[in-house]
Design a protein around this ligand. Structure first.
Ligand code: ADP
Length: 247
């Protein structure tokens, strides 16, 4: 079974610091992210999850190896082309929402297109707004919304340009479990109904259970993988990985 690949990292290396203080954040990570799948990246704190996401989302550069997004190797792009790639092909959802406080929900969602001087595809925009359940909140500013609503605005902003891939870095890390479940249901729905490709870093086995596939990192390497995860299977595999790494 050959599934189409939305993003591909091959043998990524990234080292921070020098001499004794040197840390290999990524130590030869290779991973394929399949189109129309929801993939979770898990692993202990410091295992390289954020570094991997940032390198794959063109927010940081690896020291070695290569990343391909929608068939284009990032290393081949100059700064201008990288900016266009980030704007058009990549969506990003941060743990801390990162909304502009002075703008309404609608203005925040449309901001990436406004900056690019583009108009939204109205049909697509309406579908995203409906799916995210924010139709009656569009004129509200972030401080008039709950954390869960703000994160749903951030998800809609990530989707509005119809990117090839959305990266979400602990998107439920700042939310209570009910709001977290709303955000995860929306992400799941955008995969099932829109065919969106999503990669999410999470610590939470329940969050991981919304995905199709869990990839485990430890010490800057991919060490395990699980398909059709349930919270129980995710927990069980986490403890196997931890025991193996500790041994
Ligand atoms: P995770 O997201 O799994 O917690 P990170 O990718 O944030 O892991 O970090 C991997 C390793 O790289 C850690 O040891 C971390 O301390 C180190 N690291 C990450 N970013 C930097 C940085 N900017 N400067 C120095 N060390 C860093």
């Amino acid at each position: 079974m050959d599934k189409p690949v939305a993003a591909h990292a091959y043998d990524l290396m990234k080292t921070y610091g020098k001499g004794d203080a040197q840390v290999k954040a990524l130590d030869g990570v290779s991973i394929e992210i399949y189109e129309g799948e929801f993939t979770a990246i898990m692993g202990p704190s410091g295992s390289g999850k954020s570094t991997l996401m940032h390198c794959m989302a063109a927010l940081d550069k690896p020291d070695g190896g290569r990343v391909t997004i929608a068939g284009t190797p990032l290393a081949k792009l100059d700064d201008k082309a990288l900016t266009i790639m980030r704007r058009e092909q990549i969506g990003f959802v941060f743990q801390s929402f990162n909304l502009v406080p002075t703008l309404t929900a609608e203005e925040n969602i449309l901001l990436p297109l406004t900056i690019a001087g583009r108009k939204p595809d109205q049909g697509w925009y309406s579908r995203v707004i409906e799916a995210v359940g924010l139709a009656d909140r569009l004129k509200h500013r972030p401080n008039e919304m709950s954390g869960g609503q703000q994160q749903r605005v951030a998800c809609a902003r990530a989707l509005v340009s119809r990117p090839s891939i959305v990266f979400a870095d602990e998107p439920t890390g700042n939310l209570d479990s009910t709001s977290g479940a709303e955000v995860l249901s929306f992400l799941r729905r955008s995969v099932d109904e829109f065919g969106q490709t999503i990669v999410m870093v999470t610590h939470d086995p329940t969050a991981a259970s919304y995905t199709d596939r869990v990839v485990y990192l430890a010490d800057g390497r991919v060490v395990s993988e699980l398909r059709e995860p349930t919270a129980e299977k995710v927990l069980e595999r986490m403890s196997v990985v931890q025991r193996r790494m500790g041994a």
